[in-house]
Design a protein. Structure first.
Length: 117
């Protein structure tokens, strides 16, 4: 299972870090990703880190967000800086063998955060 946390309310320009802890199984050999879904919009890819530590980012967050993983803790993080109101969404962590998978195999429950202007 994947458990995301760290959501809340933050002002525009601020920073926030999301965490996603895995339990029940190890995801060390999996790619880990973050996705988000804003109200009325489809879920979209945000960032991913492969098993081999290759990083992928959506254009809208590149340079502002950083994904990282701590395999010893079976945890993946998303550091978000220079936040914008359009970053407001429910954020989901996910795991899959393939970082480019259209639909990851394992999903967390999502954590909401809001960026106020």
């Amino acid at each position: 299972q994947l458990q995301a946390s760290g959501g809340g309310l933050v002002q525009a320009g601020g920073s926030l870090r999301l965490s996603c802890a895995a339990s029940g199984r190890t995801f060390v050999t999996y790619a880990m990703g973050w996705f988000r879904q804003a109200p009325g919009k489809e879920r979209e890819f945000v960032a991913a880190v492969s098993y081999g530590s290759t990083y992928y980012y959506a254009g809208s967050v590149k340079g502002r967000f950083t994904i990282s993983r701590d395999n010893a803790k079976n945890t993946v993080y998303l550091q978000m800086n220079s936040l914008k109101p359009e970053d407001t969404a429910v954020y989901y962590c996910a795991a899959d063998r393939n970082p480019h998978a259209r639909s990851y195999a394992y999903w967390g429950q999502g954590t909401q955060f809001t960026v106020s202007s």
